[in-house]
Design a binder for this molecule. Structure first.
Ligand SMILES: N[C@@H](CCC(=O)N[C@@H](CS)C(=O)NCC(=O)O)C(=O)O
Length: 276
């Protein structure tokens, strides 16, 4: 991996790195915040998966997570949301193609060649980081926003024991029943071929459960709320008797003003599980 930039930040380093991804078949860029403690040995890590239209940069520059991660001695990883670049398939819609990988391994043309964001985030990038930087493979947690909330919840539930905790801000919770969220996943995986117990957080919670704590925040004035379906996740949490917390945050929308308002709580929530 090559450094694109490294800036001192809250006593640690906020870096941006690129590497040749075998999984995505292109160069990929990610952000990595390492707290000061990483100089002395591996630190716990919180993955942050971003939403539609984002690169590695949006959350890194707008969420304000570094301050709280530095306080807790936790690393943050900000992966990109899709493969991108010349020769990579794309679409005019903002919810398909570049910036919209949906954290699945595409099987359909023209996406199958590069759009393998599940394997990228769950397999290739963790391996790269564990082999190259001071993060502790045995102390991982995961969070995400919107499409990234969908990724965080579904990946956490599919890898029992890997993540101490999971959280999400305005996540897509039930894509199997949302036309807006179903469309890109059908394009990537083929209508009729989707294993929804893997790619729908509500169904995955019922099928797989999640052994750690879960925290969800959702703004009541979020313009995407009908497609995000927090009520479906609330039903799955109560039906499965999961001790998860879903907070409806009055007046908040879908933006990074919402994310940055609650990110301190999310980092503290994960720190409690990571240091338990
Ligand atoms: N059409 C809107 C919808 C996309 C959107 O709201 N994306 C959210 C995630 S689902 C986001 O984080 N946008 C980037 C940002 O706010 O920095 C846009 O293009 O920004």
């Amino acid at each position: 991996m090559q450094a694109v930039s490294e800036n001192k930040c809250f006593g640690g380093v906020q870096g941006v790195y690129t590497h040749a991804s075998d999984v995505c078949g292109c160069d990929m860029t990610f952000g990595l915040f390492l707290p000061a403690e990483a100089a002395d040995g591996p630190v716990p890590v919180l993955w942050y998966l971003s939403g539609l239209t984002c690169t590695h940069e949006n959350a890194m520059t707008k969420a304000g997570a570094q301050q709280w991660a530095a306080e807790q001695g936790i690393a943050l990883v900000f992966p990109d949301t899709s493969p991108r670049g010349e020769g990579i398939a794309d679409d005019d819609s903002y919810n398909l193609g570049t910036g919209a990988g949906f954290y699945v391994n595409a099987t359909q043309d023209p996406w199958a060649a590069n759009y393998r964001m599940w394997d990228y985030v769950a397999e290739e990038l963790p391996r790269l980081l564990v082999n190259n930087v001071a993060i502790d493979e045995d102390r991982q947690a995961i969070c995400g926003h919107s499409m990234g909330g969908h990724g965080a919840l579904t990946i956490a539930m599919a890898y029992p024991g890997r993540f101490a905790s999971v959280s999400a801000l305005a996540p897509i919770t039930h894509p199997s029943t949302s036309d807006w969220a179903k469309k890109p996943i059908h394009a990537y995986l083929g209508e009729g071929n989707v294993d929804w117990t893997r790619h729908d957080a509500c169904l995955s919670l019922r099928a797989n459960g999640f052994a750690g704590p879960m925290l969800i925040d959702q703004g009541t004035k979020d313009p995407f709320i009908d497609s995000l379906m927090p009520e479906a996740l609330a039903a799955a949490i109560t039906e499965t008797r999961h001790p998860g917390t879903l907070r409806m945050q009055a007046g908040y929308d879908h933006s990074y003003f919402f994310v940055s308002s609650f990110i301190e709580d999310h980092v503290a929530f994960h720190a409690e599980a990571l240091y338990a």
